[in-house]
Design a protein around this ligand. Structure first.
Ligand code: NAD
Ligand code: UD1
Length: 347
């Protein structure tokens, strides 16, 4: 029996595949490689010394997806596959709705057809919209401010309806806060396309000299130093959270949502300081206007995950910065060089 991992070649998915294989699970990975690189798969194999099946399949291609269900004996699904760039989702909303929602509908339809009712779903703290308070508990009102966030919110609701219709479903919704960091080996990490949108990849690219300086989006928020506060979580801690979620879906039926964060917020300038300490590099910055759509402060109450999943993050901001930095210096162009090599080999 295997765990189907959709989006397993991506940033969080690849780290989770490593932890699943180390823990002794058999996995089957499905990814259309729209935001990832095929060489990630060999790095997962290299790190774990274990093999697994990979299907380059788009979730929207239902008949190819069905082949995966026919050819494998699947016990549960961890569903990472989705598009995640907020700005892009505003520009091409229909593509986001189609990819994220239709993809999830096809996946769930096939799960029903093949009687597989255990699912772990990647949601996001973005479903809390502009939170009225911090720390954020799972029972806060949900809302979304952009198409990407709405896909997460809609999928959460679809999954709830699925459970209401058939109480045999076991579903865990994980709401990630801000994943950063990389595998401590320096072999896996985040490889954004083009100019990074998110803080940590931007900082590491400034650290290595690819970008000139960081633009700090506003220093007039009601926070200790005026810059935005977020709950950054090490991607390996996040990956381990999926193993705990998997244990839960394997053992009980129901649907529940959990915050995965550290429960502690850091401002932009605190992250810059922690990065400088971990890397020994200076990060020059300029304060610019607030980024539209940003919220001032966001961090999780993590008690529910602690109590019900038996999970808590253990890696601090120093480890997160160090591992992000190691990944950046060991792979200055991300997986790009490897894309080039595989192209040459193919020709
Ligand atoms: P990622 O882009 O690195 O990984 C997603 C993977 O899904 C990619 O490999 C992509 O090629 C694949 N994919 C996308 N659409 C697909 C489709 N239709 N069929 C098959 N594969 C498809 O992103 P990530 O950071 O690893 O995020 C994983 C999940 O977690 C996403 O659902 C994302 O929305 C969610 N999430 C991410 C963050 C974050 O900051 N990284 C925060 C909250 C939630
Ligand atoms: C962004 C997404 C959010 C998503 C989350 C995790 C937006 C508006 N929101 O959130 O939906 O769930 O990523 O993927 O894109 N910052 C700078 N300079 C930069 C980049 C960021 O000052 O160049 C600041 C931001 O203003 C924020 C903090 O750093 O205060 C973190 O930003 P980021 O990493 O983009 O994450 P979020 O804004 O939390």
């Amino acid at each position: 029996m295997a765990i189907l991992v959709t989006g397993g070649a991506g940033y969080i998915g690849s780290h989770t595949c490593v932890e699943l294989l180390i823990a002794g699970f058999e996995i089957v990975v499905v990814d259309n490689l729209s935001n990832s690189n095929i060489n990630v798969l060999n790095r997962i194999r290299e790190l774990t010394k274990k093999d697994f099946k990979f299907y380059e399949v788009d979730l929207i291609d239902k008949s190819s997806l069905e082949d995966v269900f026919i050819e494998n004996s699947i016990e549960a699904v961890i569903h990472f596959a989705g598009l995640k760039a907020v700005g892009e989702s505003v520009k091409i909303p229909l593509h986001y709705y189609h990819n994220n929602i239709t993809g999830t509908l096809f996946l769930c339809e096939l799960m029903e057809k093949y009687d597989i009712k255990k699912l772990v779903f990647s949601s996001s703290a973005t479903v809390y919209g502009v939170p009225i308070n911090v720390p954020i508990t799972e029972d806060f009102l949900l809302s979304a401010t952009n198409p990407y966030g709405r896909t997460k919110l809609m999928i959460e609701e679809i999954l709830r309806d699925l459970y209401i219709q058939n109480r045999d479903w076991n579903i865990v919704i994980l709401r990630y806060f801000n994943p950063i960091g990389a595998h401590p080996s320096g072999r896996l990490g985040e490889d954004p396309n083009g100019l990074p949108n998110n803080l940590m990849p931007y900082i590491t690219q400034v650290g290595i000299g690819k970008l000139e300086e960081l633009r700090v989006f506003g220093n007039d928020y009601p926070t200790s130093d005026g810059t935005g506060v977020r709950d950054y979580i090490h991607v390996v801690d996040l990956a381990l959270g999926h193993l705990k979620a998997l244990e839960k879906v394997m053992s009980t039926s129901g649907i529940d949502a959990y915050n995965l964060g550290t429960g502690r917020g850091y401002s932009v300038l605190e992250v810059v300081e922690a990065f400088e300490k971990a890397s020994g590099r200076k990060v020059p910055y300029t304060v610019v206007e607030r980024r539209p759509g940003d919220i001032p402060i966001c961090y999780a109450d993590v008690n529910k995950a602690k109590k019900e999943l038996g999970w808590a993050a253990t890696r601090g901001i120093g480890d997160m910065c160090l591992d992000s930095w190691q990944w950046q210096i060991k792979n200055p162009n991300g997986y790009e060089d490897f894309k080039h090599i595989s192209k040459i080999k193919m020709n």
